[in-house]
Write a protein that binds this ligand. Structure first.
Ligand SMILES: [Cu+2]
Length: 348
C-alpha cells in the first residue's frame, strides 16, 4: 500500500515536471522553444513510439499465447506436439530487430546533425552571438566573444542575456564550453540538450529562439557541495532590449561621487582579489565580475533574488546562504557591511 502510494506520488511528480502549465519554472523538455530542443523532443517521442509499439506487440503475442495455449483437459503427463527449428521464424526474428536497430540509428544520426552545428558556418543572413561559458564551482562565467565580427571584452556572470530571433534575422547563439575546475554540464531543457564542460577540453553547443523570456536550467553534472544550487538563467531579450543591455554592460562602472567613501571601504577589503569591477582597481578573477551586479535579478547563480536584504546577508556571510561556497565569510563589521552594500547597490 505504502509503495503504491510512493509510485503514484512519483508519477504525479513526473507529470507535474513535464506539464507545460508550470510556465514560471518550466524545465520541460516537452516544451522546447529552439530547433535543437524540438529535435530532441521529436527523437524522444519517435523512439518511444517505436519501442512502445514493439512492447505492445511482444507482450500481446505473449498474453495471447498464454491464454490460447494454456493446459486444457490434456491428460496428465502428455505434452502438446513440440515444434523444433523453423528457418522462416529464425530469419524473421533476426532480420526484424536488425531493421529496427537500423532505423533507430538513422534517426539518431539525423538528430545529431540537427543538434550539432558548426559555429564557424552560421546560416546566411543570420547575426550570430558567440559566448564562452566557463564553469566554476558553483557559478557561471560568460565571456561575450564577438558581435558582428567585432571583438568584445565583456565578462559577466550567472545570467546569460541573448537576443531573440525575429522574422527577418535569425540570431543563433554559439556557446564554447570550458571548465576551470571540475566537470559541469550546461542544461537549459527548453533551449537545448545538455553539454558537459570538461577541464582541459573545449565543447560547443548552440541554440536559437524567437521567444523572449527567461529560461531556467541547472548544472547537470555533479560538481560538489553546491552543485544543486548551480542554477542557470538564460534571458532572451528582444533584439532592441539586447542591444541596450549590451551597451550598458560594456560600460565601466560609473565613478559615483556620492559613494566614493563607500567604494574605498570596498576597495580596502580583500574582495578585490577575487572580484573585478571594471574601472576600479578591483581586478580579481576568482569570483564573479561585479561591474554591473545590480543588473542581475538573482545572486549566487540563481539562488536568491538580488534584493537589498539578500545582498547584505551575502556580504555579511555568504556561507549562511550558500554553505560551502568558495567565498569565505569576510568577517566585516556591521558598519563595513553597510558601506560595501551601499557601494555595490550603485553598480547598475
Ligand atoms: Cu556544476
Amino acid at each position: 500500500m505504502k509503495s503504491l502510494r510512493r509510485v503514484t506520488g512519483l508519477l504525479l511528480l513526473l507529470l507535474a515536471l513535464a506539464s507545460p502549465l508550470r510556465a514560471a519554472e518550466n524545465l520541460s523538455i516537452f516544451d522546447p522553444v529552439s530547433p535543437s530542443g524540438s529535435a530532441i523532443r521529436h527523437v524522444f517521442v519517435l523512439v518511444l513510439a517505436i519501442t512502445g509499439g514493439i512492447f505492445v506487440l511482444v507482450e500481446g503475442i505473449l498474453i495471447y499465447s498464454l491464454v490460447m495455449f494454456r493446459r486444457r483437459g490434456t491428460p496428465d503427463g502428455t505434452e502438446p506436439p513440440q515444434v523444433y527449428g523453423s528457418l522462416p521464424i529464425e530469419i524473421a526474428w533476426t532480420v526484424g530487430p536488425a531493421l529496427v536497430v537500423f532505423v533507430l540509428v538513422l534517426i539518431m544520426i539525423r538528430t545529431e546533425l540537427e543538434v550539432q552545428v558548426d559555429p564557424n558556418r552560421p546560416p546566411p543572413g543570420s547575426r550570430p552571438l558567440y559566448v564562452t561559458v566557463k564553469g566554476h564551482q558553483w557559478w557561471w562565467e560568460y565571456i561575450y566573444e564577438r558581435n558582428d565580427g567585432k571583438k568584445l571584452e565583456l565578462i559577466t556572470a550567472n545570467e546569460l542575456h541573448v537576443p531573440a530571433s525575429d522574422a527577418k534575422t535569425p540570431r543563433p547563439v554559439y556557446l564554447t564550453l570550458l571548465s576551470v575546475d571540475v566537470c559541469h554540464s550546461f542544461w537549459v531543457p527548453r533551449l537545448a540538450g545538455k553539454t558537459d564542460l570538461i577541464p582541459g577540453r573545449t565543447n560547443h553547443m548552440w541554440f536559437q529562439t524567437d521567444q523572449p523570456g527567461t529560461y531556467l536550467g541547472q548544472c547537470a553534472e555533479y560538481c560538489g557541495t553546491q552543485h544543486a544550487n548551480m542554477l542557470l538563467r538564460v534571458i532572451v531579450d528582444t533584439p532592441a532590449a539586447f542591444e541596450r543591455w549590451l551597451a550598458d554592460e560594456m560600460k565601466d562602472a560609473v565613478d559615483n561621487p556620492a559613494v566614493r567613501k563607500q567604494r574605498d571601504v570596498f576597495l580596502a577589503q580583500s574582495c578585490v582579489n577575487c572580484h573585478r569591477i571594471r574601472g576600479t582597481p578591483a581586478k580579481g578573477t576568482f569570483g564573479p565580475d561585479l561591474t554591473h551586479l545590480m543588473s542581475r535579478e538573482t545572486l549566487a547563480s540563481g539562488m536568491v533574488p538580488n534584493t537589498r536584504a539578500n545582498l547584505r546577508q551575502w556580504i555579511r556571510d555568504p556561507q549562511k546562504i550558500k554553505p560551502g561556497c568558495l567565498m569565505p565569510d569576510m568577517k566585516l563589521s556591521e558598519n563595513e557591511v553597510d558601506q560595501v552594500l551601499d557601494y555595490l547597490l550603485t553598480l547598475r
